[in-house]
Write a protein that binds this ligand. Structure first.
Ligand code: MF3
Ligand code: CO
Ligand code: CO
Length: 280
């Protein structure tokens, strides 16, 4: 790990200059192009391990590295989280089925910089409720992104996301959050996707009142559930699912704070922002 980029406290974040922005632009674009490439391959009958193989090959072919292979013992280039899986679903030989919704998450390293992004994909014909969850999750991500500028706070990002998602009758996952990134995969700050909530013990959890500064890099990656927000970890130690087995969706971008707003590093060059993707 890059000790210089490691934050020492919640209010001590790596601040990056033009060189960092240039690095993140390249890494972010490659990650986004990987997700663009995958779009045409997501169909009923396809095994998620096949998609993982394609992503691994794509990353290799572009002289980049997968950040997730070897990360805490993880062995895949993608996380593929289907239906009630919230995040960190492990690719397998199990085929996708008509009506599934899946989040595909990739993180690449280019010249030492990390590009981390995920999108939803629909398999065949989505159910109306599933498509609505996907749409609202996409909108929630962008509600959060649009808050970003120097002087705004992480709490305001959480508020924008929570207000939108809950306003549509969905819930925000609390057990996983966005994160700082750059030369390090996961660093300060923690980017929670809520403003505040009360847990089962009655304790109130509030998003940190941390002020954004030009040159901060982080992800926003809200996970939104059709039912309750609670998650459960499967025995494999990675797969997080909704406790009530309700559907869950997620979108993720990596971004930087600019002098007057934000730069999204992981925008889709092909314009494949959310499903349905019309690809040949
Ligand atoms: N890309 C995920 C994130 O958004 C992290 C995946 S770590 C893995 O932070 F090991 F599960 F791949
Ligand atoms: Co991330
Ligand atoms: Co990710």
């Amino acid at each position: 790990m890059d000790q210089n980029a490691l934050a020492r406290s919640e209010n001590d974040f790596p601040i990056h200059g033009p060189e960092g922005f240039e690095g993140m632009r390249k890494a972010g674009e490659l990650a986004a192009r990987c997700l663009d490439m995958i779009a045409g391959e997501v169909k009923p009958g396809v095994a998620t391990q096949y998609l993982d193989d394609l992503a691994y090959q794509f990353v290799q072919d572009h002289g980049a590295t997968s950040a997730t292979i070897g990360y805490r013992g993880y062995r895949h280039a993608l996380c593929i989280s289907i239906n009630h899986v919230i995040c960190h679903g492990i690719p397998s030989e199990k085929p996708l089925r008509d009506g599934d919704i899946a989040n595909i998450d990739v993180t690449v390293i280019v010249d030492g910089w990390h590009g981390d992004t995920s999108r939803m994909y629909t398999v065949g014909e989505p159910k109306v409720k599933a498509q609505r969850l996907v749409d609202v999750t996409y909108e929630s991500l962008w509600k959060g992104i649009e808050v970003v500028k120097p002087g705004a706070t992480l709490r305001e990002i959480g508020r924008a996301i929570q207000t939108h998602a809950e306003g549509q009758g969905f819930s925000v996952v609390r057990d996983f959050c966005g994160h700082g990134l750059g030369r390090v995969f996961h660093c300060a700050p923690n980017v929670v996707h809520y403003e505040q909530y009360k847990d089962r013990m009655g304790t109130i959890h509030r998003a940190p009142d941390v002020t954004l500064r030009e040159g901060m890099f982080f992800t926003i990656e809200p996970m939104i559930n059709a039912g309750k927000p609670d998650s459960k970890m499967l025995k494999d130690g990675w797969t997080a699912v909704t406790r009530d087995r309700s559907l869950s969706a997620q979108f993720e971008h990596s971004l930087g704070v600019t002098h007057d707003g934000y730069e999204v590093f992981t925008k889709s060059p092909a314009g494949l922002d959310k499903p349905p993707y019309s690809v040949a």
